[in-house]
Design a protein around this ligand. Structure first.
Ligand SMILES: Cc1cc2nc3c(=O)[nH]c(=O)nc-3n(C[C@H](O)[C@H](O)[C@H](O)COP(=O)(O)OP(=O)(O)OC[C@H]3O[C@@H](n4cnc5c(N)ncnc54)[C@H](O)[C@@H]3O)c2cc1C
Length: 307
């Protein structure tokens, strides 16, 4: 097990500790969460998107929150996503939305989640907008793909996320075929066992490049979501050598991470979209960002001592 995996596991387990959770929720925004989260409210998030748009960068808005365990909470979360779509339409910002199925009630019932997603996709279609369905931990992959397939047969304005750390991903992509014309590729953010996911970064990266190439070669649209310069570089090399047009792919990064690189790519004429999370439920999102890059901890410590 390499250093990154140990650090990720350690941070995720410390983050689950209740005393740490209480402390972080009280002081987290001041400690640095604000760097990765656009604000508590939709208004603040729209302002962040307007700022990106002014710099020729588009966005995908994400209402923070993880699994919900009641129908009421799932319906409330779906209503909030529809309010985000209204907000995007009203302000005319260049943004779509990303949703997590467990937040829309997947762990309560499949039909509840389907119902919520139908309402969201229906509203997005009315506005000519698009809904990205985030991929969560490996225990949810089968059900996410099943629900995605069912929705995609009714709605064109949606696309899935595929994680290159999972052994199964290439097969999943090929099973979906033309139903997944617009894919976001990521390495994967959850702590997964070696029985389902490549343990080494080299294998995760090699699989990432392979999946993106297969997809582009098939003439489909790729959202290359990474902060990794090696992957960004090899994607650029490939698109240039394979004469893939600039409108067949985009780069995606997270709000607050590598802002300078985001701007450079946009200035070079590439499409860039930033994942802009907002809302009160920022804690699990923030700890995942710390886990995947322990150097971010120094940023948090610096803010703590600099107060
Ligand atoms: C738009 C977007 C959407 C996502 N959606 C999902 C999803 O639906 N499901 C999911 O499981 N995961 C998702 N992720 C998270 C993803 O799976 C990874 O956990 C995350 O992107 C980190 O991996 P990486 O590709 O950036 O490369 P890493 O291997 O983590 O980092 C590679 C290199 O990138 C550079 N780098 C990384 N972070 C920084 C930083 N803060 N500052 C400077 N350099 C840095 C460093 O050079 C580092 O060595 C998403 C990520 C993005 C960008």
């Amino acid at each position: 097990m390499d250093f990154d995996r140990v650090a990720r596991k350690t941070i995720l387990s410390i983050a689950g500790n209740s005393a740490v959770t209480r402390f972080a929720k009280t002081y987290g925004m001041r400690l640095g969460a604000r760097r990765f989260v656009a604000g508590d409210t939709l208004d603040e998030a729209v302002k962040a998107v307007q700022d990106l748009n002014r710099r020729h960068i588009s966005a995908t808005l994400d209402l923070l929150g993880e699994s919900v365990y009641s129908e009421e909470a799932a319906r409330a979360a779906a209503a909030s996503v529809m309010a985000i779509l209204d907000g995007i339409q009203a302000s005319q910002v260049d943004s779509n939305v990303s949703v997590k199925l467990t937040q829309m009630g997947l762990d309560v019932s499949y039909d509840l989640c389907l119902d919520n997603l139908r309402a969201i996709l229906g509203k997005a279609r009315e506005y000519g907008n698009f809904v990205r369905i985030d991929m969560e931990d490996s225990a949810h992959v089968d059900v996410t793909l099943k629900l995605y397939r069912q929705l995609r047969e009714e709605f064109e304005n949606t696309g899935p996320v595929f994680q290159s750390y999972l052994y199964r991903t290439e097969q999943d992509m090929s099973d979906l075929g033309d139903l997944a014309r617009n894919i976001r590729f990521v390495k994967g953010a959850y702590s997964e066992p070696a029985s389902v996911a490549y343990p080494s970064k080299a294998d995760v990266d090699a699989n990432y490049n392979r999946l993106v190439r297969l997809h582009l070669e098939a003439g489909r649209y790729a959202a290359v979501a990474t902060h990794d310069d090696a992957i960004i570089g090899s994607t650029l090399e490939y698109v240039k050598s394979g004469a893939i047009p600039n409108d067949q792919f985009e780069f995606q990064m997270l709000y607050g991470i590598r802002a300078q690189r985001q701007q450079e790519l946009a200035d070079q004429g590439y499409k860039v979209r930033i994942y802009v999370p907002f809302g009160l439920e920022w804690y699990p999102y923030f700890t995942r960002r710390l886990a995947e890059r322990p150097a971010n901890l120094f940023f948090v410590m610096k803010n703590f001592f600099a107060r």
